[in-house]
Design a protein around this ligand. Sequence first.
Ligand code: ASP
Length: 324
Amino acid sequence: MLYNKGFLFLLFLWVSLLSTAQEREYVLLIHGGAGSMTALEGEPKKEVIYYSALDSALTIGNEILSSGKDAIEAVVAVVTYLENNPLFNAGVGATCTTEGTFELDASIMDGRDLSAGAVASVKHIKNPIMAALAVKEKSPHVLMVGTGAEDFARDHQIEMVSDNIYFATPKTLKWIEELKAKSKKNGTVGCVALDKKGNLAAGTSTGGTANKLKGRIGDTPLIGAGTYADNNSCAVSCTGHGEYFIRHVVAYNLSARLKYLNEDIEKAAHHIIHEELSPHAGMGGLIAIDKKGNFTLPFNSPGMFRGFVYKDKDGLHRAVGIHP
Ligand code: ASP
């Protein structure tokens, strides 16, 4: 029953209807990428495997937030889990460049003080989100790239992999052989959280877009494009065709609409995804929570791997979804 499409749709509808009225103790949202869902093509049973992985990610986040820990801790733990899961386009399982190499991007932001960290185009960091956290906490910088980022990560005892091929799965190895990376891909991962103390955090991690050129960097490691968190507005993590998310500065755009136009989060996110990105064929989606715990998970693609868990006076609520 939990995985029935109709049931999930009703659950999402119900949540969006209640979204302005509920006082939520804590909230955590995840995404595992938006897109054409080609990863599921011809493999109906695979949906259940994805649902189960998304559900496990929610369990990890829920345990952390329910025990009163910080939103940023929940975001790091959830994104790390998703990076380690080969189903998703982040960490192991990442998509590869046209040259058959893996170049990973990740970012994290803490809404308490706007502190942020990101790494881009890294090839030997097992969990790029951990390196992004280290950049945020142990350097005066926000974004580090390539071998400099890797040296920094190594110096801070972040786990490395000796061979870039570590990130390959049997599927990506086949892509490399066939040079058909364009045709199929998994999903970028992201998490946003509101903790019991009212702090917001966001994190995103990706292997990038399929068939990307060596050296290409998308929205994911760019604070304001793929990731943003500000306790005074909202936490946002994006997924989709990064070039469009950069041009429309999507994550900060959403935060700005809340702050300066006083829009509610659902209306603001709907505007950006459907009225700004869609006319330009910018495919993708986002997950976002505002400072009161209202949230939204819109997308304009055929599907988006996603889930939410939150606690309010009626107890715990959680669901995962893939289809509209
Ligand atoms: N936004 C990511 C990028 O452009 C890819 C994705 O979310 O699927 O690198």
